[in-house]
Design a protein around this ligand. Structure first.
Ligand SMILES: [Zn+2]
Ligand SMILES: [Zn+2]
Ligand SMILES: [Zn+2]
Ligand SMILES: [Zn+2]
Ligand SMILES: [Zn+2]
Ligand SMILES: [Zn+2]
Ligand SMILES: [Zn+2]
Length: 485
């Protein structure tokens, strides 16, 4: 593959390859501080478009999963009334209470049947009116049940969402901590009910969430440095599909295959319960407690043909598949471990490279642009990650070629280029750029191959893979609000 490119590839060409795939930032970091602003942006859009109040806009957006486009689509297709009704929003113009109540000094609450002063009752948008005590009790129960985002009216079969301002006011008068909690739940709805926003899965948690601007499955990098799959919130795992990754990491974590191996190969003795291993072909086994029992049914004895409840052939199959599972498990475990170890090495190598580049800056070289070195390094890391993720035996050829290039690139980047003569440096630069481009192309081909040839037959969304990114997983940019609050 190297021969195709040789040493003639120029830096310009190298950069041209990069420019062709550059797109705008597809993800944004939402910090604790910018969460409020990010949410307000969507609220204001809906409030402006529909000329409604904030609490109605929030109820709508919570119901439609913070999908502004979806709200507009429903509006266009079904009209205002249906849009609001589905979300339990009642938009009515009225004062604090029905006017008839203003004149009577007491009102009877239909929940507690107490006669209370007209100033001690609250009327919601749906025009249902109850005493403040009853409302407050209702709200506190709902907030504690985790239903802050959809507290509905107490009236039987009403279903209207209660005004958050009134909830906050009534609950705050009795329990200010709970009122604060209520506000936080409403705020976090922007993350938890929104399919474009996800908490960063870092442990301990960095406090950030990531919002993606694209609809397709992708991998993102949080400001804290964690790269994760937006589909399943695991560490970045392409070109492995979410489902494959889930199955594989499960094997690494709970050692279920080892457990399976033990259950297939040993049986608890019916009298002392110690696991007894079967050796030899006879199904009658003897425990060290001297108890003899049938391997299959646990009976004390069996006839000449075996117990008949379990065919020997099935046992053979079980044993073989358990053995295979164990081997596979060990394979993944070793890979998984090599993978985590390489992260530590990467960090070290990045630092060394940084120092080397600084030395180059200080020396008298004609060019001061060394971005191609960092690009090469990022590609190396990216490629290593790909290699550690994929299942080797599925595509030997592509992978071996890729692996060989990655190893070579790693060697080039570890050369002592910072002390090379000008000619030698130029040669090294050309070699490195060419190899970096080749590795990039091989990586992209591998993704394409996996996507079309291997996963193409699965129509399941769980078998989608995140697209190949030449420079590795994209770092999410800071969220800057277009509004001032
Ligand atoms: Zn009452
Ligand atoms: Zn009501
Ligand atoms: Zn994070
Ligand atoms: Zn995933
Ligand atoms: Zn025993
Ligand atoms: Zn026997
Ligand atoms: Zn038996």
């Amino acid at each position: 593959m190297m021969g195709d490119h040789g040493n003639s590839e120029d830096e310009d060409e190298f950069q041209a390859v990069d420019v062709s795939i550059v797109t705008g930032p597809s993800s944004k970091v939402i910090t604790k501080e910018s969460l409020l602003a990010a949410q307000r942006e969507d609220l204001v859009r809906i409030m402006d478009l529909l000329s409604i109040k904030e609490h109605h806009a929030r109820a709508l957006l919570i119901h439609y999963g913070w999908d502004v486009e979806k709200v507009l689509a429903v509006l266009v297709e079904h009209g205002n009334d249906e849009l609001f009704a589905a979300a339990g929003v009642k938009v009515v113009e009225h004062d604090d209470g029905p006017s008839s109540l203003q004149f009577s000094s007491t009102v009877s609450c239909n929940i507690c049947y107490d006669d209370v002063s007209a100033t001690e009752v609250t009327t919601m948008d749906c025009s249902h009116c109850f005493c403040n005590d009853c409302w407050t009790n209702h709200f506190i129960v709902k907030i504690n049940e985790g239903q802050s985002r959809s507290i509905t009216c107490m009236e039987h079969k009403c279903g209207a969402i209660c005004d958050e301002v009134k909830i906050r006011c009534l609950v705050g008068a009795r329990d200010s901590d709970l009122a604060e909690k209520f506000d936080r739940f409403l705020l976090e709805s922007y993350i938890e009910d929104n399919k474009r926003v996800k908490w960063c899965p870092s442990v301990p948690h960095c406090g950030n969430a990531i919002r993606i601007e694209v609809d397709e499955l992708c991998e993102v990098e949080c400001a804290c440095g964690l790269q994760f799959c937006f589909g399943c919130s695991s560490e970045a795992h392409s070109p492995c599909s979410c489902l494959m990754w889930k199955l594989w990491s499960k094997k690494c974590q709970d050692e279920s295959m080892t457990a399976n191996w033990i259950t297939v190969h040993t049986k608890p003795c019916p009298s002392c319960h110690k696991p007894v291993e079967k050796n030899g072909g006879c199904n009658l086994v003897r425990c060290i407690c001297k108890r003899t029992f049938c391997w299959h049914c646990g009976g004390q004895t069996h006839d000449f043909y075996g117990c008949g409840r379990y065919k020997d052939k099935d046992v053979e199959m079980d044993t073989q598949s358990a053995k295979r599972d164990l081997e596979r498990y060990m394979h993944y475990y070793n890979r998984y471990k090599a993978h985590t170890d390489s992260f530590k090495l990467e960090r070290k190598m990045k630092k060394t490279m940084h120092n080397k580049i600084n030395k180059l800056y200080e020396s008298d070289t004609s060019s001061k642009d060394f971005s191609w070195i960092t690009n090469g390094l990022n590609r190396l890391f990216r490629s290593r990650r790909i290699l550690s993720t994929i299942k080797q035996d599925l595509f030997e050829d592509q992978q071996q070629q890729f692996e060989a290039n990655v190893e070579k690139l790693s060697m080039y980047l570890e050369e002592k280029f910072e002390s090379y003569s000008e000619d030698k440096f130029k040669d090294w630069k050309m070699r490195t750029i060419a190899l970096s481009v080749t590795t990039d192309n091989l990586g992209r081909n591998l993704y394409e191959f996996i996507e079309t040839d291997l996963l193409g037959c699965f129509k399941d969304a769980d078998h989608k893979i995140a697209p190949y990114k030449s420079k590795g997983v994209e770092k999410a940019s800071e969220h800057h609000s277009s509004l001032s609050i």
